[in-house]
Design a protein around this ligand. Structure first.
Ligand code: PMP
Length: 393
């Protein structure tokens, strides 16, 4: 039988993928062995060799989050899937959920919590600032939430949110603490158990340096109790932690099919976690801090200022840089891209006002910091060169 529509011409050409230095807000460049792991032969999602790899991944995630929580696994999906999974498991209709908003990620979490039927309350700071314990305690007293959301790495503003002390505060106020570490895990110190964080998630494609598509997540005992005590079913079947926990071997029951895990992405995540384990978290945290410091001193020489005026508020993994007056931010990123170097623009409230330079995973090295500084300087020069009738001088 003849088809109604012909095969697309474009698919008769070989795929073309240029090699670029990904110094934006993510994904970052993955290591060769991580990419190679993704091309190993496929296995079935319940084959013992694969479930062994899942177990390795769980241990790697526990190490990265610094936790012994049993309910620790990788969601099949990107960072947003981690966010949605965390929220839909914790929230029941009309639960009060308090969201810290100091950039786009709080806004997204508030949107998702609204869709879950939560009574969403917010506590806000301007772009470039973060929350103190006193800010949050006042909001906890005012709103009496069941869940508090904070982003440790606000990638739209390049700001780090301190987490130490916030878990104890939430426990005191009978609230669960949910932390987004998509843009910070591996680059900023994070101690899930020590800091009493109830739920945390991250993404695979930033500091971990794996392809996008998996989102490590962990639920602590208070979060597990909240799920067990739900009066209504979890709104999402795909993100139901009861099912996922079973498939990932987190309970003592035989594993059942829930969905087909993205096999190749899990291989790649395993190798990325192995790189982190071999380097050691402290070394990785230090390397990211040193790279950020080198970038900040290089920026000062170019008369460029970070958005976060307070040095202690600056995230190691992503630096937000103020676009100087008279410079067209877009011409700069376009010029950088013509040199095969990605520099990101702003996002949400910071769109048009900043550039964002990511120093994540394989890209947090002196050599790559120097390269991005060189490209940024040249791109700004090119974007601000006087224009003649014939074009730029
Ligand atoms: N949270 C933060 C802090 C992020 O930086 C990002 C990605 N930029 C996300 C969540 C969403 O991750 P993804 O794009 O992988 O869905």
């Amino acid at each position: 039988m003849a088809v109604d529509y012909q095969p697309p011409q474009c698919l008769s050409r070989p795929i073309e993928v240029p090699s670029k230095l990904l110094m934006g807000a993510g994904p970052s460049n993955a290591a060769e062995n991580v990419l190679k792991a993704g091309s190993l032969p496929l296995l079935g999602h319940l084959h013992t060799e694969f479930t062994q790899i899942m177990d390795d991944v769980k241990q790697g995630i526990q190490y990265a989050f610094q936790t012994t929580n049993t309910l620790t696994l990788a969601i099949s999906g990107t960072g947003h899937a981690g966010m949605e999974a965390a929220l839909c498991n914790l929230i029941e209709r009309n639960d009060v959920v308090l969201i810290g908003i100091n950039g786009i990620w709080g806004e997204r979490a508030a949107d998702m919590a609204n869709r879950q039927g939560a009574d969403v309350q917010t506590v806000t700071k301007v772009a470039g600032e973060n929350f103190s314990l006193a800010d949050i305690e006042a909001a906890l007293l005012q709103h009496k939430p069941a869940v508090l959301f904070l982003a440790q790495g606000e990638s739209s503003t390049g700001v780090v949110q301190p987490i130490e002390g916030f878990g104890a505060l939430c426990t005191k106020h009978n609230c669960l603490l949910l932390v987004d570490t998509v843009a910070s895990l591996g680059g900023e110190p994070f101690y899930m158990d020590r800091w009493q964080v109830d739920v945390v998630y991250t993404g695979s494609q930033k500091v971990l340096g794996a392809p996008p598509g998996t989102a490590p997540i962990s639920f602590g005992p208070r979060a597990v109790a909240k799920i067990a005590g739900r009066k209504t079913p979890i709104s999402s079947f795909y993100f139901d932690m009861n099912w996922l926990g079973n498939y990932w071997g987190c309970d003592s029951q035989p594993r059942k099919y829930h969905h087909t895990a993205p096999i190749s992405s899990i291989y790649a995540l395993r190798e990325a976690l192995a790189l982190l384990a071999n380097e050691g978290l402290e070394n990785s945290w230090n390397r990211h801090r040193q790279s950020r410091d080198r970038l900040i001193s290089g920026l000062a020489k170019l008369n460029l200022k970070p958005l976060a005026s307070e040095p202690a508020n600056r995230l190691t993994c992503i630096t937000a840089i103020q676009v100087p007056d008279g410079v067209d931010w877009k011409s700069v990123t376009t010029h950088a891209m013509s040199m095969r170097v990605e520099i990101a623009g702003g996002l949400g409230p910071t769109a048009g006002r900043i550039w964002r330079v990511g120093l994540m995973g394989q890209n947090a090295t002196d050599e790559r910091v120097d390269r991005v500084l060189e490209v940024l300087a040249e791109s700004i020069k090119s974007a601000t060169a006087p224009v003649t009738v014939m074009g730029r001088l």
